[in-house]
Design a protein around this ligand. Structure first.
Ligand SMILES: N[C@@H](CCC(=O)N[C@@H](CS)C(=O)NCC(=O)O)C(=O)O
Length: 241
């Protein structure tokens, strides 16, 4: 059976969960804790330390886009990738836009605020893992916080910039869609899936698999400010998730 190594709260991991579910493939979730995950991932032979990673027999695939491509090649039923090469390229471009121009800014906004709420953040990061991880993370928190700040370049100025960039980029997608149901062609593709999954944390959607409880009011406010694509994302989740 396919094993999905993931952080439950990660939207890149949700991209893969959704693809696996959409393709009706059975899989086992291996839930890891950020900061405590390195050895598990390197032992798999993956090149980097990031999740998602899937293991399928002797194949190990890392990176949400690479995993979607792998799944569509290996299991062509319920494909998320169009056959037409131009449409496929369009999908990959949108997916890259979501991966590079939406997700990282959203991550900066969320973690900049969440790092001010230690108990809450620890509960989010250890979601769906054994409870001793909470204690472990509590003691490792100063180190973890330092690493997260360095890795995501978290500071007031990057936070303010990320909010603006995120708002602009979400609006760009909304304007492109201009009432259309799908980003590429007339059917649901990996472009829509990637965009909706990566924006989904803003909308706290049940089917995402992790709905943060007790979100700080600053983040509720940011989520409300970024609701331009909310109906589209919710509609895709309702119809295709
Ligand atoms: N472009 C990558 C991004 C993955 C990514 O940034 N994953 C984060 C969690 S959301 C991660 O694993 N961070 C910890 C690390 O890199 O060791 C993908 O699409 O899979």
């Amino acid at each position: 059976m396919i094993q999905l190594y993931q952080f439950k709260l990660s939207h890149y991991c949700e991209k893969v969960r959704w693809a696996l579910d959409f393709k009706k493939l059975s899989y086992e979730e291996v839930n890891l804790v950020p900061g405590l995950h390195f050895s598990k991932i390197t032992k798999l032979g993956a090149e980097q330390t990031s999740v998602p990673v899937i293991k399928n027999g002797s194949s190990v695939v890392q990176g949400s886009s690479q995993i979607l491509t792998y799944l569509d090649e290996k299991y062509p039923k319920n494909s998320l990738s169009p056959q037409d090469p131009d449409q496929l390229q369009e999908c990959l471009d949108w997916e890259e836009f979501a991966d590079e121009e939406i997700a990282p800014y959203l991550r900066v906004c969320f973690y900049y605020i969440l790092l001010m709420h230690k108990k809450l953040l620890i509960s989010y990061l250890t979601e769906s893992t054994p409870s001793y991880n909470k204690i472990l993370l509590y003691f490792l928190y100063p180190l973890l916080k330092k690493k997260m700040i360095a890795k995501m370049d978290l500071n007031l100025s990057s936070f303010e910039q990320a909010k603006i960039k995120l708002g602009d980029n979400i609006l760009q997608v909304k304007n492109y869609l201009a009432g259309k149901q799908y980003l590429v062609g007339e059917t649901f593709t990996r472009a829509d899936l990637a965009m909706a999954a990566l924006i989904a944390p803003v909308h706290r959607i049940e089917k995402f698999g992790f709905v943060p409880q007790g979100l700080p009011s600053e983040l509720v406010k940011i989520s409300e400010e970024l609701s331009e694509l909310s109906p589209w994302v919710k509609d895709l989740y309702q119809q295709h998730r």
